[in-house]
Design a protein around this ligand. Structure first.
Ligand SMILES: Cc1cc2nc3c(=O)[nH]c(=O)nc-3n(C[C@H](O)[C@H](O)[C@H](O)COP(=O)(O)O)c2cc1C
Length: 455
């Protein structure tokens, strides 16, 4: 009876086509928990949560609210690991600006009816109703010649075994399950082949390069990436030296010295030649392991900025596959990226980890989009915490968005299980936001739905 009330009141009619053959409340619940393929969509995840709790007394592995998720991860993680991920440069003003940039912009489903609101710093949402929006919204978009089910990418994040022993194996698997791109960092704690295996055959995977100071090593990393099926090269250009990360500095915490985040270097055959040993060989010494680890860090965060004039060296190996610059914040640099033949830019300030007191990443997005839309694919990251944030970034013109810290906090909750829960939650909330705003597909999620009112 309790289920009947629950079902009848509000939940089932909006989320699933009831099977005519259902004989009992249990059948109906089953239909919700295991929807038929044609009714499966991201927002079904909320139904699964409600019904798992109702039927099996199971609650989600991690909170669905970002602040509670981070607080819960903080409880689980060793202090060094939590601070490494949560922290930013200096006074962490840029970390804060990334969030403030979102909070200053809100969206409305009816911008035309919002004109002339004279209320300083007041933001309003005016939802439209009675539109023919079906349960399954079309969130797909073509990015770099692939039709993705949603334009959502795992940001390159190194050292993931700090957050769970499964690290990148777990996150690459979870993104692979959804057919969404996973980006492997040069500071990864898992090598190219292992991450590719857990990511799954045929799934979109990208490789993020911290450009080594040694050309032979660069070529070797790129060749291995290509051989393992990584198809987009993300060149991070804002982190050729480490920012002034005060939380880590106060403890002298540098995970790479302890052999975390150096696996790509440890496995590389050219690095073996250059060092004169393979630190992963059974007879290698602890000192050799530390030397090889430090060698990888030194050559990849070398304190010398990459320059436009050398881009041809990457193109020579990567061929005509896409190359994207990550860490662009100015219109001028985005325009230079067009001039130098890049395929895309990712508007990002590295999650506020490099420069303190910098502009919030979302603030820079609209002007960059205006300058290069149609000439470059534009990605965005920095401060995305909710499905509504994804909506806003796409409405402001990003072609795709990247998820960083939320997935790490998920990973801290039982590895793959927690990472999957956070990804599914963000996808569900995003799809709900699109639908509840009256949109059927991403072509309708445009700047017209973003309203910034000034008093
Ligand atoms: C712990 C941590 C490690 C990161 N490692 C890398 C990396 O190896 N390469 C890279 O390009 N960006 C790295 N980033 C930056 C992310 O790719 C992304 O730009 C950032 O997380 C976005 O900010 P948000 O997570 O606050 O949304 C890292 C970020 C964090 C939090």
């Amino acid at each position: 009876m309790k289920f009947h009330n629950l079902l009848g009141r509000c939940i089932v009619p909006s989320i699933v086509l009831l099977p005519a053959s259902a004989q009992s409340a249990h059948d109906l619940l089953d239909a919700v928990l295991n929807p038929s393929p044609e009714s499966l969509h991201y927002s079904s995840y909320s139904s699964a949560i409600y019904f798992n709790a109702t039927l099996f007394n199971q609650t989600p592995v991690a909170p669905t609210n970002y602040d509670r998720l981070e607080a819960s991860a903080k409880e689980i993680l060793p202090r060094n690991a939590y601070d490494y991920a949560a922290g930013g440069a200096g006074l962490e003003k840029t970390v804060a600006s990334n969030r403030q940039a979102f909070d200053q912009v809100t969206y409305s489903t009816s911008p035309t009816s919002l004109h002339h609101i004279n209320c300083p710093l007041k933001w309003n949402i005016l939802p439209r109703v009675m539109r023919p929006v079906l349960p399954a919204r079309n969130l797909s978009r073509v990015i770099f010649n692939r039709t993705l089910p949603a334009p959502i990418v795992m940001a390159p994040v190194g050292v993931q075994t700090l957050f769970h022993p499964d690290g990148e194996r777990a996150t690459s698997k979870v993104f692979g399950e959804e057919g969404l791109p996973f980006t492997l960092s040069t500071a990864s704690s898992t090598g190219f082949a292992d991450a590719a295996t857990s990511n799954g055959e045929g799934n979109p995977r990208w490789y993020q390069l911290y450009w080594p100071s040694d050309d032979d090593l660069t070529r070797s990393y790129l060749r291995t990436a290509l051989a393992e099926g990584y198809e987009v090269l993300v060149l991070t250009v804002d982190t050729w030296d480490l920012g002034w990360r005060t939380r880590d500095l106060d403890r002298g915490y540098f995970p790479f010295a302890g052999g975390v985040g150096v696996q790509i270097g440890l496995e590389d055959p050219v690095a073996h030649e250059q060092l004169g040993f393979n630190a992963l060989a059974p007879n290698a010494t602890a000192e050799q392991l530390q030397m090889a680890s430090l060698y990888h860090v030194i050559v990849t965060s070398r304190g010398i900025s990459p320059v436009w004039e050398n881009l041809w060296k990457l193109r020579e190996v990567w061929g005509d596959k896409p190359i994207v610059l990550k860490g662009v914040q100015s219109v001028e640099d985005a325009e230079l990226a067009v001039k130098w033949g890049l395929d895309g830019v990712i508007v990002s300030n590295h999650g506020g980890r490099q420069i303190d007191g910098a502009v919030g990443s979302l603030t820079t997005l609209p002007a960059i989009v205006e300058a290069v839309k149609g000439k470059l694919t534009v990605g965005f990251d920095g401060g995305i915490r909710t499905g509504a944030d994804i909506f806003k970034a796409l409405a402001l013109g990003a072609d795709f968005v990247q998820l960083g810290r939320p997935i790490l906090w998920g990973l801290a909750h039982e590895g793959e299980r927690g990472a999957r829960h956070v990804l599914k939650s963000l996808l569900a909330e995003f799809e709900l936001t699109v639908g509840l705003s009256g949109c059927q597909s991403l072509t309708e999620v445009t700047k017209d739905l973003i309203v910034k009112t000034e008093g």
